[in-house]
Design a protein around this ligand. Structure first.
Ligand code: SF4
Ligand code: SF4
Length: 449
């Protein structure tokens, strides 16, 4: 059988004569010896016809391994068409239902950059009932349901979360679908008692934002009463990590620098969280006109990709795990999936996190049949990365899939401003990821001794 090398392969020199081998379609990252790398180059020459010789036994053996990791595939196979097919399957998948539910828009914090409308009150019983009916109607065809709790601060509506979860679990048992759940929370109310209740409610992962070390976080993310929240959040996390996965998001803008990150890492280390939390850096962006006043403090994608590398390098130097991986995505976001909906406490349905609370952006209400003709559905759904010449030819298409559609539609960004930071920093990030793996292996080996 004739083989072709994947257009998504990337090889780069690493330490001690090794090369990092990466394939964006499978997400595989491996270390390759110098000898294997030379064999790889020889295989490339022979498969392309530039060298007319036959593959020898060691080349054939390596080619078999490469094919296993999707670094190579039979020549008659159309790699781009296969990715497009998977993308379409993900878009129109009807056996999974993804819900992002805001059980309240109320919040106990007053973050300096937040423009969410802090409405009081939780999702009323009639909306909870309608939400359950919404899932119940679809249940016979479902194999999986996932709810991501969002807000406002979702933990201010714990009773609604427990109510809805119980019904989901009943429906899951009746219709034999699996149910998973996660949450985005500011972490202040994530006390041990609440953690235990969330575990019962099948919430297996909570994402918490820490905006820097204590002194910066408390200034940027104060409670509504003006007090700081950092110490209590850290205390909460130290219990929570024993029961569930905790992801810490650090929102980055131009006010950050390496000294602040080092201070935050030292505080997390002092709390014993170095190996217990996954940290990732998020770009603070002026997501709509209402927050245009923060724009001057925000990095553009290119600038952010540079500071992101510096900060991940710092994580590595301080012995934190690197969890940001260039993994393939079927679609970039829920806005491009027909069976994913973001529901607010009124039962109104949105397509984007940044739209919640802006009633001009709703695509319907869970009480009514879904209307896929609604312009607010079509606006973000319409973008197809395979119709964009830059994305179609892009060497990281499988891990970006054209990026956030709202950047195109709401913010009218163009060119590389649309690209995931991988496009700018994959080389440096692969170095960091390989070093992190090595660090983890060495730590595991040391622990065994
Ligand atoms: S459209 Fe963009 S901003 Fe909105 S949810 Fe998707 S990725 Fe996030
Ligand atoms: S948005 Fe940029 S990085 Fe993403 S697939 Fe398109 S060209 Fe590639």
């Amino acid at each position: 059988m004739k083989y072709t090398l994947s257009r998504y392969n990337r090889f780069q020199p690493w330490q001690n004569g090794y090369h990092i081998a990466y394939n964006a379609r499978s997400g595989a990252v491996a270390l390759m010896t110098e000898e294997n790398y030379r064999t790889y180059l020889a295989i490339g020459e022979k498969l392309s016809g530039r060298d007319t010789g036959e593959l020898n036994a060691s080349e054939q053996a390596l080619l078999d391994q490469l094919a296993y990791g999707k670094f190579a595939f039979p020549t008659e196979y159309d790699e781009l068409a296969a990715i497009k097919f998977t993308h379409q399957l993900n878009r129109f998948e009807s056996s999974s239902l993804g819900l992002i539910v805001a059980p309240t828009m109320n919040c106990n914090m007053a973050c300096t950059y937040c423009f969410e409308q802090n409405k009081r009150g939780s999702m009323p019983p009639e909306v909870i009932e309608a939400l359950i009916e919404f899932v119940e109607k679809r249940a016979p065809g479902l194999r999986h349901v996932d709810i991501n709790w969002y807000g406002g601060e979702p933990l201010l509506a714990m009773a609604a979360i427990e109510d809805i979860t119980q019904s989901m679990l009943d429906l899951a048992a009746e219709h034999a679908f699996t149910y998973t759940s996660s949450m985005i929370s500011n972490g202040y109310l994530l006390t041990p008692d609440i953690v235990d209740r969330l575990v019962d409610a099948k919430v297996s992962m909570v994402q918490i934002t820490l905006d820097g070390p204590r002194r910066v976080h408390d200034e940027r993310r104060p409670l509504k009463n003006g007090r700081g929240s950092f110490d209590r959040i850290i205390e909460n996390i130290t219990y929570a990590v024993k029961k569930m996965a905790i992801g810490v998001r650090v929102n980055i803008d131009k006010q950050y620098n390496e000294a602040l990150i080092a201070e935050l890492l030292a505080e997390l280390e002092a709390a014993g969280l170095q190996q217990r939390v996954g940290i990732y850096f998020g770009l603070l962006e002026p997501a709509s006109e209402v927050c245009a006043n923060i724009a001057e403090n925000c990095y553009n994608a290119n600038e952010f990709s540079e500071v992101e590398v510096q900060y991940y390098r710092q994580l590595l130097q301080h012995g934190f795990r690197i969890l940001r991986l260039p993994s393939p995505v079927g679609v970039y976001c829920m806005a491009q999936i027909v069976n994913a909906f973001l529901v607010d406490p009124d039962g109104d349905i949105y397509r984007c996190f940044n739209h919640v609370g802006d009633k001009s952006k709703i695509m319907g209400n869970i009480r009514n049949p879904i209307n896929y003709e609604d312009p607010n559905f079509r606006r973000l759904f319409a973008f197809d990365p395979f119709e964009d010449s830059m994305c179609r030819e892009c060497s990281i298409l499988p891990i970006c899939m054209g990026g956030c559609p709202a950047k195109r539609v709401d913010r009218n960004l163009i060119g590389e401003e649309l690209c995931e930071t991988w496009r700018h920093n994959l080389h440096s990030m692969l170095d960091i990821i390989a070093a992190s793996r090595q660090q983890q292996q060495q730590a595991a080996a040391a622990a065994k001794e």
